[in-house]
Design a protein around this ligand. Structure first.
Ligand code: GCU
Length: 673
């Protein structure tokens, strides 16, 4: 086997009590011919799962009418309903008598209900008396793959692409298993190519590739997933030979009309485009003096009659900054570029906003755009790919970070305006909103490089479906579906996951300052790596202190982009949350934190602690030898060895750097070079 099935391994569950309800699958939505591919897939999943987990060989019966269904006394009954408490993708599961009813308004709902039932059984949970109704909190639950057509993956840490190789599209069994995996956690849309669209990828929207993409899109559709593509804003020039790609140019409009018509001829259920424009060298409307609304709306208008969606990224900033310039602030950029356009985007445009104002650092404040835009559809973008959080060598369970973002109250309204309220569409009654994650997958045997990193892929889907799930619960669900049900295994892995983000933060860059990574590849420490560079990513350390002054009073003014009381809270060093202290303030090394420690002592202590905690995680993992499959144990152990080396290097470099800058000794006299 070239790859494993992650949390869909369907490991045997011993002594499961409720087998009597699960003997057959009865579908009462019509006769066999009328069944959709989605329902067929739901039946397939249930059949395989029950067989592998419980050793039950289920019979399948397809019943046409309600009357016939009423005669059925036991089994799993999949039924379409018009229950008004259910949304289009929602479902209910009820165990009544000797039967389990999965009901939904749509085939997709039945598929999600089937996966939900499987998830419960896989965790060994009883389904006796089960009575639940589930509706997704977010309509858009997307993955963004940064896969290139040559097979490489930008910021990919799990091998190569399973979509592309040598400028060709791969269509093999793995595509089906990919669709199964992501559908099982509720993901309903995927962008398969990198946001940086170059060369062959520009041609994905042409005859050269659309035939194969149709096949892929059909596989996805069988699991309720829509295919999207990243498109090149300069495609009219590069493919059409036009002199410009000005969104207000008639020929450009005509070109896109023909292009999009063709895309939908091939793929009638195509989702739409994701666009990175005027960002890090990518083309965009600024070239022609046009706004991002003009750029996005041109494409959205053309997509609209086909039901297409246009997703436009807000990762737009000046990446040519002079380090001597203390006023320009990259953190301000997304807000400054987009706030003035609020209300100008068509209703099938969605702005996709990174969780923080910089770039997926281990700790950032929440982007102020979420609390600023009020008449614009929004998607929250997070990064499951661990670009700045350890490259899937170091373990870093990211769900707690994403939870903090979702739970963040923006004060855009008097109440009920957390990021989760906003991106779910609840706050302003919007439909086209949700969450996207930069995927952490590749063609490695275990999909995610580090076996433990699959928890982030799993967790993203679960969280996007239900933002109210806790990080602990999501971790527990994933563990029980992945590992043998031994208390020691469950508890150890749970502890490792829950500690991993705080531990990673401890040994890397302190108190929200971010960066300090090796330039370009972004793994390992290099305190000054980006300090004198053009990217606008500074720590501003000198002999007295460090941090970026982003106050309105003396700094870049970034703090003023938040609604009150947040703006004042960040502005004032006394009320600024300490984990973000250096993001908002220049702070002296002898400044006393709430713990009573000075800033410099805090840096020393956390870096020593970080390494010690990695050592403890490794000890815990070692004890699982023999309790989990050897190959998994060995792979993760090898990653832990790399993590320990990395943590030690971070500790020593950061501590030494600040010791030499400040001249202040460690109170505890530990070894600092
Ligand atoms: C980061 C990342 C790039 C990526 C960019 C983006 O800067 O390093 O590789 O292209 O984000 O989100 O567009």
């Amino acid at each position: 086997m070239k790859y494993n099935k992650c949390w869909l391994n369907f490991n045997p569950i011993n002594n499961y009590g409720d087998k009597e309800f699960l003997t057959e699958i009865i579908v009462c939505t019509g006769n066999k011919e009328n069944n959709s591919l989605i329902i067929d897939n739901a039946i397939k999943e249930l059949t395989e799962a029950l067989n592998k987990m419980l050793n039950i060989k289920v019979d399948q019966r397809i019943l046409a009418s309600e009357d016939e269904a009423a005669t059925v006394k036991s089994g799993i009954i999949l039924k379409l309903t018009d229950d008004s408490t259910l949304k289009e993708e929602g479902f209910s599961i009820k165990q009544i008598g000797e039967a389990v009813y999965i009901e939904a308004k749509t085939d997709k709902g039945l598929l999600y209900g089937s996966f939900d039932l499987i998830r419960r059984i896989a965790q060994g949970q009883s389904i006796r008396g089960l009575n639940i109704t589930e509706n997704p909190k977010n309509n858009f639950r997307m993955l963004n793959h940064w896969d290139n057509m040559d097979g490489s993956i930008e910021r990919g840490y799990s091998g190569n692409s399973f979509f592309f190789e040598n400028d060709e599209i791969i269509l093999d069994e793995r595509i089906v298993d990919y669709a199964r995996l992501i559908a099982s956690v509720g993901i309903n849309a995927t962008v398969i190519n990198n946001v940086n669209v170059h060369e062959a990828a520009t041609e994905l929207i042409t005859d050269r590739y659309l035939g194969k993409l149709r096949t892929m899109a059909d596989i996805f559709a069988g699991y309720g997933i829509k295919l999207y593509l990243s498109a090149n804003f300069a495609a009219p020039i590069e493919l059409g030979g036009l002199p410009v790609s000005d969104p207000l140019d008639k020929d450009v409009e005509e070109w896109w009309k023909n292009c999009i018509k063709k895309v939908y001829e091939y793929i009638p259920h195509f989702g739409g485009f994701l666009i990175k424009a005027d960002s890090e060298g990518r083309p965009g409307p600024f070239t022609y003096g046009r706004t991002h609304a003009e750029g996005a709306n041109l494409l959205a208008r053309i997509l609209k009659p086909y039901g297409g969606i246009l997703i436009w990224r807000c990762f737009v900033y000046n990446c040519q900054q002079d380090w001597r310039d203390y006023k320009t602030d990259r953190a301000r950029a997304a807000y400054d570029n987009f706030i003035g356009l609020d209300g100008e985007f068509d209703d099938n445009v969605i702005l996709q906003i990174k969780n923080g104002p910089m770039d997926f650092q281990v700790r950032e404040p929440v982007s102020p755009l979420f609390g600023g835009l009020k008449n614009t559809n929004m998607i929250l973008e997070v990064q499951a790919a661990q670009e700045y959080t350890g490259h899937q060598k170091d373990v870093c369970y990211l769900i707690p970070m994403w939870k903090e973002v979702l739970d963040f109250e923006t004060y855009a309204k008097k109440d009920g305006s957390t990021v989760a309220d906003i991106v779910s569409g609840r706050a302003y009654n919007q439909v086209n909103c949700g969450m996207a994650a930069v995927s952490n997958t590749g063609n490695d045997y275990n999909w995610t490089g580090n076996d433990l990193a699959a928890s982030n892929l799993y967790g993203f889907g679960r969280l996007a479906w239900n933002t109210e799930l806790s990080s602990e619960q999501i971790a527990m669900e994933w563990i029980k579906q992945t590992f043998p049900h031994e208390d020691k295994v469950i508890n150890t892995v749970h502890e490792i996951l829950m500690k991993s983000w705080p531990v990673y933060e401890k040994y890397t860059s302190p108190l929200g300052i971010g960066w300090m990574v090796n330039p370009n590849n972004h793994y390992g420490p290099n305190v000054d790596g980006y300090e004198y560079d053009r990217w606008g990513t500074y720590h501003r350390a000198d002999r007295d202190g460090m941090g970026v002054d982003r106050t309105v009073k003396n700094g870049t003014g970034y703090a003023g982009q938040y609604n009150e009381p947040l703006a004042s809270m960040y502005e004032n060093i006394e009320t600024c949350p300490e984990e973000l202290l250096l993001f908002f303030h220049y702070v002296r090394y002898d400044y006393k934190l709430k713990t009573g420690k000075t800033l410099i002592q805090h840096i020393y202590d956390t870096h020593f602690e970080g390494v010690e905690e990695v050592e403890k995680m490794i000890e815990g993992w070692k004890e699982l030898k023999g309790l989990i499959p050897d190959d998994v144990h060995d792979r993760v152990s090898a990653r832990f060895n790399m993590q320990l080396e990395n943590a030690i290097e971070w500790r020593d470099r950061v501590n030494t750097y600040f010791y030499r800058k400040s001249g202040v000794k460690d109170e505890k006299g530990r070894k600092i070079f």
